[in-house]
Design a protein around this ligand. Structure first.
Ligand SMILES: [Mn+2]
Length: 337
């Protein structure tokens, strides 16, 4: 994003706008943190601002300031689509392609608003007017800070903005443990604490508020459903719909589950294969040099980051597992590199 882009955006924001902020399906902590940080910043001007998410998101993210104003597209479709078409300015957060917004894609693509992308995924492929796309950023939330900073508005980072940014950085770095955890990530997180974000309270909301079902699903997955392929430094957990139902699965309950597999000594490539409504969902993690972004893109119509990505498969759970297992030999060199 050039200085000229910034001054044009500043000019735009100097008069009241109808603003929509949107993000990817199955929003995670960074999707919600970055969107609500931007929301809490923008409502300090004379704008009408709405966050529209494609699908619901986990309970452990539902404490952020402004959460009660978020519109879920698949629950209030007509209202959401009207807002998209009336919008004068649309922010796309934490996505690198319009398809990542799921059912919101059509409304997003056809909207006549000025569009701004703020994201940290590789290879952005989306039609927008302005783009802040930096893969070296730990999170989109960190980029929301950079965006506000470049607009010269850091004095508008109140507690609501700071807590949302902190939550995005915290979750997208896996509590400051992933490779994306840069000096900058710590600096911005530290500044958010300085601006009033209560880091222990946020940790509590995100990591200390589990349902018993969620923890028991974690235990079951690790003790009964884990298959390892040490010769490929790989392993996967699969969960059927029946198993998820047994543990009263709710969105977010398997968040972080796949990361336990990468913590096993000698395992660098972890996969979670889950049966969802009408499709199979893959989550991939890598702690080595293996690019799960490439693996997801080339085999499961997905993508993400080098170290964390997702994909989908249509067919049965067993067919999905078979396809995954059959792929391992052809990736042996890359998996062992
Ligand atoms: Mn992110």
């Amino acid at each position: 994003m050039t200085d000229r882009d910034i001054s044009e955006i500043k000019e735009l924001l100097s008069s009241p706008q109808k603003i929509v902020i949107t993000t990817h399906s199955f929003p995670d902590g960074d999707a919600m943190g970055s969107s609500l940080a931007l929301y809490n910043y923008l409502i300090q001007g004379e704008h009408e601002v709405t966050v529209i998410v494609p699908t619901r998101y986990p309970q452990f993210l539902r404490w952020m300031p402004g959460d009660d104003k978020v519109l879920v597209h698949n629950m209030e479709r007509d209202k959401a689509e009207q807002l998209m078409s009336d919008a004068t300015l649309i922010f796309c957060n934490d996505i690198n392609s319009a398809s990542r917004v799921g059912d919101v894609e059509k409304a997003l693509v056809s909207a006549s608003a000025v569009k701004i992308l703020i994201d940290h995924h590789p290879n952005p492929d989306i039609d927008v007017n302005y783009m802040m796309s930096l893969t070296e950023a730990s999170s989109t939330a960190e980029l929301i800070y950079e965006f506000i900073d470049r607009l010269g508005d850091t004095d508008k980072i109140n507690v609501a903005v700071a807590e949302s940014i902190y939550a995005g950085i915290l979750t997208d770095t896996g509590s400051f443990s992933y490779g994306s955890t840069s000096e900058r990530a710590h600096q911005v997180a530290g500044e958010m604490i300085g601006r009033g974000a209560d880091n222990l309270k946020i940790q509590g909301h995100i990591y200390q508020d589990n349902s018993l079902d969620r923890i028991q699903l974690l235990g079951y997955s690790l003790s009964e459903k884990l298959t390892l392929y040490p010769e490929y430094r790989a392993g996967y957990i699969s969960l059927s719909k029946e198993e998820l139902t047994k543990y009263n699965f709710r969105p977010g309950d398997t968040e972080g589950l796949v990361n336990y597999v990468t913590t096993i000594k000698g395992i660098n490539f972890a996969t979670l294969i889950m049966e969802r409504n009408g499709f199979i969902k893959f989550s991939f993690r890598s702690t080595g040099n293996f690019s799960v972004n490439e693996f997801a893109r080339d085999n499961f119509g997905g993508g993400g980051h080098e170290a964390a990505a997702g994909g989908e498969f249509s067919g049965s759970l067993q067919e999905a597992i078979d396809k995954y297992v059959a792929l391992l030999p052809s990736y042996k060199d890359k998996l062992l590199s």
